[in-house]
Write a protein that binds this ligand. Structure first.
Ligand code: FAD
Length: 94
């Protein structure tokens, strides 16, 4: 019985989802996956010292931005619209 590449990928998808299809396509040489370009970078020591930043919105993006700014020694504050300390999605999840 012959199995086409398409049929094999469909079966891979049924069994393992998108990840399995992706890896299968990579293994068969059907994907030209670029090499990972991201490299860890080092900040200079205390780049944010003496700087103050207000981040508007305490959603995940705002919280992460404030966290990273504080790690970079910036005086970062997160402000959320309304009376709540939590972002819109966090509110709906409570
Ligand atoms: C119903 C629903 C279910 C979801 N379920 C999932 C899930 O299961 N898993 C998942 O990974 N993602 C889920 N998401 C998506 C996820 O919630 C969003 O991708 C994520 O919240 C985006 O984060 P964000 O910080 O960019 O924006 P938001 O979380 O929207 O945060 C932005 C914040 O900024 C505030 N804001 C806006 N304007 C101002 C202003 N002028 N001043 C101060 N604050 C302001 C808003 O009130 C809000 O709290 C869901 C989204 C919805 C709507």
């Amino acid at each position: 019985m012959s199995l086409t590449r398409r049929a094999l990928l469909e079966r891979l998808g049924l069994a393992g989802g998108v990840s399995a299809v992706y890896l299968g396509m990579e293994a068969m040489g059907l994907l030209n996956a670029p090499p990972v370009a991201a490299e860890p970078f080092e900040l200079p020591p205390a780049p944010g010292r003496g700087k103050s930043v207000v981040v508007l919105g305490a959603g995940i993006a705002g919280l992460v931005a404030a966290f990273e700014l504080r790690r970079a020694t910036c005086a970062a504050t997160c402000r959320q619209r309304g009376n709540t300390r939590y972002a819109s999605f966090a509110q709906s999840a409570r």
